[in-house]
Design a protein around this ligand. Structure first.
Ligand SMILES: Cc1cc2nc3c(=O)[nH]c(=O)nc-3n(C[C@H](O)[C@H](O)[C@H](O)COP(=O)(O)O)c2cc1C
Length: 176
């Protein structure tokens, strides 16, 4: 399967990046084609709500920023993994921007399943992120394969690695 991982943390060696990399390794070991994009290093602005895409643009966004690199990857992905730290009780802005820029095409065309990787400092801060993720999966009519969360004492641990590997295995069920 074609797997796209959008990683939103600006910390290249941080906890979210580690989880995304572990997911990638597990998916590649199982023979899947994985593209991992650190969207925090890209210039991706928020949606302008100009409606160009739904009028003259015929599905194309008027903003010619780095989201133009992400659109074709989104169009081809069958599995989409979002990896983000919690910032102020929700998914970080760097991951919100590319999601909201999908407004022009509404939903990624081929994505069947989505999974979420989140890191945070504190426990019990995931309600907003999990609700948003659930609602996006429902809106895009894709299967919500669940999330792995890692608070401070769970970061870069073997237990979390195993949870990420298990999530990759269920998300990328063989033969489906
Ligand atoms: C702007 C900002 C806001 C944050 N807000 C929260 C928060 O609301 N709750 C929390 O538990 N941690 C919060 N954190 C901490 C990060 O979620 C946590 O350190 C996470 O592990 C960072 O992931 P990273 O290592 O991938 O960058 C915040 C960090 C930053 C920089």
């Amino acid at each position: 399967m074609k797997v796209l991982i959008l990683q939103g943390s600006p910390r290249a060696n941080g906890n979210t990046a580690w989880m995304a990399e572990e997911y990638k390794k597990a998916a590649e070991a199982a023979g899947h084609q994985v593209t991992l994009v650190n969207v925090s290093k890209k210039k991706i602005a928020g949606c302008l709500a100009c409606e160009y895409c739904h009028n003259k643009g015929n599905g194309a966004c008027i903003q010619k920023d780095d989201m133009q690199e992400v659109y074709p990857l989104m169009a081809e992905a069958e599995v989409l993994v979002l990896a983000a730290p919690i910032y102020y009780f929700t998914l970080c802005a760097q991951i919100q921007a590319p999601i909201q820029r999908m407004y022009c095409v509404n939903a990624p065309a081929k994505v069947k399943r989505m999974a979420l990787l989140i890191s945070s400092y504190s426990p019990g801060v995931y309600d907003g992120a999990l609700a948003e993720f659930r609602d996006i999966c429902n809106y895009w009519k894709v299967e919500n394969m669940g999330a792995v969360t890692a608070k401070l004492d769970e970061q870069k641990t073997e237990e979390t690695r195993q949870k990420v590997i298990a999530l990759a295995a269920t998300t990328l069920k063989a033969g489906e």
